[in-house]
Design a protein around this ligand. Structure first.
Ligand SMILES: Cc1cc2nc3c(=O)[nH]c(=O)nc-3n(C[C@H](O)[C@H](O)[C@H](O)COP(=O)(O)O)c2cc1C
Length: 245
């Protein structure tokens, strides 16, 4: 399917007389653009998604899609992009692990003092993005975020692996690091403590729950007749609607 026109991006029509064009005209830049144009998406048989079969609420569909992504061999389907904004409204994002998705919302954890933690304190709203290439599916979740209390946060951390505890014990996330040696020393000490004290407290480690106000499911289609089903909270329930792709 590599030659399928539906999968090929239109060539750039880059201007030739600007400094930017000059700069990007060397062989390396050309090779890079060729590489990008040669890459394909969804070079595989995609599942179909009939929106008529979508449930009344997004949670069961999200759980089903994550399970199907895992079964289809998508690596790390429980990793996601978390987007936040700082106090001035500037956006930011990073990859995180999904810890759970239930009636309360989508759960993730991090340090309260990290950049994302400070952003969530200033502006407690966020968006999550999942992309599962092997099945051509994307899910977006948006809404307000609350921080769980210290007990629930600690319980969530201590249910996880020794490595997760060691990483949390290192702390100082998003601060400037002086050298890799400094990190190696802090990490060795954290691993040693995590093995010795599996319940070691990490006060800054916080479980967050994003309460969904909107959840969108996107099923890619080889002919680009992608299916988008958007759930919006309205009143006490969910409105489900199709979106143009
Ligand atoms: C696959 C993957 C999973 C990650 N999971 C987490 C996580 O669950 N919690 C976390 O704090 N950082 C996680 N990180 C690191 C974050 O992407 C990010 O570098 C870190 O949280 C600092 O972000 P910030 O400076 O915006 O606060 C993960 C990174 C990757 C690549």
């Amino acid at each position: 399917m590599t030659d399928h026109p539906a999968h090929r991006d239109t060539p750039d029509t880059a201007p030739t007389d600007t400094p930017a064009a000059h700069h990007s005209d060397d062989a390396e830049a050309r090779a890079f653009r060729e590489l990008l144009r040669g890459l394909r998406v969804w070079d595989t048989e995609l599942p179909s998604f009939d929106p008529e079969t979508a449930p009344a609420e997004p949670l069961p569909l999200f759980r089903q899609w994550l399970r199907e992504a895992a079964e289809a061999g998508v690596p790390e389907p429980h990793t996601m992009t978390l987007a936040t904004a700082d106090a001035a409204g500037d956006p930011n994002l990073r990859t995180l692990m999904l810890h759970d998705a239930d009636e309360r919302g989508w759960h993730f954890a991090s340090h309260r003092g990290s950049r994302k933690g400070r952003e969530l304190d200033a502006r407690p709203r966020a968006a999550l993005g999942f992309y599962w290439a092997a099945v051509g599916r994307q899910v977006r979740v948006r809404g307000p975020v609350t921080a769980a209390g210290p007990e629930e946060s600690a319980a969530d951390l201590h249910r996880r692996s020794t490595g997760a505890l060691a990483a949390a014990l290192v702390g100082r996330q998003s601060e400037v690091l002086g050298s890799v040696g400094e990190l190696a020393r802090a990490s060795d000490a954290a691993w040693e403590r995590a093995r010795r004290e599996p319940e070691a407290p990490v006060p800054s480690w916080t479980l967050y729950v994003l309460h969904p106000e909107e959840v969108e499911f996107f099923q890619g289609d080889a002919q680009r007749r992608h299916v988008r089903v958007n759930y919006r909270r309205e009143g006490g329930g969910w409105v489900r609607e199709l979106l143009w792709p």
